[in-house]
Ligand binder design. Structure first.
Ligand SMILES: O=C(O)CCC(=O)C(=O)O
Ligand SMILES: [Fe+2]
Length: 366
């Protein structure tokens, strides 16, 4: 299944309802899964009953945006590691982060560094990824040494470590080219990133009620309310919401609206200067309004997890609804952002080794 959240024609929905009901009963009766085709087996394994039930009772017009889970406040707001004084977070900041679901902005890079990186980002925009062999903004750190250098800057990793622990992996990155006069990225949230193909989670935390993955979002251009800076709905990392299919186009062609009470929540608009970053739990509702200016709003993100969380396990490929295309995972791997990967639960790639290989492949200057 591919959760393309457009309202399906009535006949398709009429067929889907009995099929989903049957599969839910199949799961409840614990009938053998190995005889099911791969995609159906994934659904029977990874969807919980509330996911089936939401689709069935809404006539296939509503679904959980990702694997449902609820957040439990931690027992302590002490930092998980002690870091150099210039990067230290206070317990008040950590408490605030757990209350709101996001923190920042923090300084990481100079304006000049971001101006240089901007040129590199724009040059890469319409080029094929060496990892996936099609044009995609994902995981370009495998081939862009400067991106990986920025991602592993202590200004970022030392702050992440205080929230997530000492040993950290990046399992995905993304470049954001929010072009002149481009649409909003609708409010969204994610837990285990099942949202991608709605078949399998990407990450497999042992406790869904913890914050198990963090996103770092780095502004390459100044991000302003006019060019579509980030917006957050504080406190909404408490639970995963549903989406109603249809509605306004945005978010890479997807059509949906996230179900939450817009009147009951404050929406925080967070302007960020080039070279600054924000840390947030992807499960906190966030998005960005349209870019109404004539310029770009460039940014990149890092998706970080502790090393005790497996990623993709035996998956060969996934299909992303939001960054079109099939992503074959044979060249993909998690990469150590900080500390060491003692667990070795996922395929891993050292971007610096890849960069050396790519540099050797480049034709020698005459
Ligand atoms: O760049 C944006 O506007 C959205 C970023 C986002 O959703 C993310 O980094 O998870
Ligand atoms: Fe996001």
């Amino acid at each position: 299944m591919n959760l393309h959240p457009k309202i399906r024609p009535l006949w398709q929905r009429a067929l889907a309802i009995p099929a989903l009901t049957l599969l839910m009963a199949y799961k409840a009766l614990r009938l053998p899964r190995w005889i099911l085709p791969r995609a159906i087996r994934s659904i029977a394994t990874h969807w919980d009953y509330s996911m089936f039930w939401m689709l069935i009772r809404s006539g296939v017009t509503r679904a959980y945006i990702d694997q449902p889970c609820e957040f439990k406040q931690p027992d302590s707001y002490e930092p998980k590691v002690l870091v150099a004084p210039e990067y230290q977070l206070s317990t008040d900041q950590i408490r605030q982060f757990n209350k709101d679901g996001f923190l920042g902005p923090f300084d990481a890079f100079s304006r000049e560094e971001m101006a240089d990186f901007r040129v590199e980002m724009l040059a890469a925009e319409n080029t094929k990824s060496k990892t996936y062999d099609f044009c995609t903004p994902r995981d370009r750190h495998f081939e862009m040494p400067r991106l990986w250098d920025h991602m592993t800057s202590p200004a970022i990793t030392e702050r992440l470590a205080q929230l997530l622990g000492p040993d950290l992996l990046c399992w995905r990155s993304q470049l954001f080219y929010k072009g002149p006069h481009s649409p909003a990225i609708q409010f969204h949230q994610a837990s285990t990133f099942m949202v991608e193909d709605y078949l399998d989670p990407a990450i497999f935390p042992s406790d869904l009620s913890e914050i198990f993955q963090l996103t770092v979002w780095v502004a390459v251009d100044d991000a302003t309310p006019e060019n579509g800076c980030m917006q957050f709905v504080p406190g909404t990392h408490d639970s995963i919401r549903t989406i109603t299919f249809g509605g306004e186009e945005g978010f890479y062609g997807a059509q949906f609206s996230l179900d939450f009470d817009r009147d009951a929540h404050d929406i925080v608009t967070l302007p960020v200067k080039a070279g600054q970053f924000i840390i947030f739990a992807e499960r906190c509702i966030h998005g960005s309004p349209p870019n109404t200016t004539d310029g770009h709003r460039l940014a990149f993100n890092i998706r970080a997890i502790p090393t005790n969380i497996p990623v993709y396990t035996d998956k060969e490929k996934y299909r992303s609804v939001y960054n079109g295309g099939k992503y074959y995972l044979k060249n993909w791997g998690v990469s150590v952002l900080r500390g060491e990967d003692h667990h070795q639960l996922s395929r891993s790639v050292d971007p610096r080794e890849l960069h050396k290989d790519f540099a050797r492949e480049l034709p020698k200057a005459a």
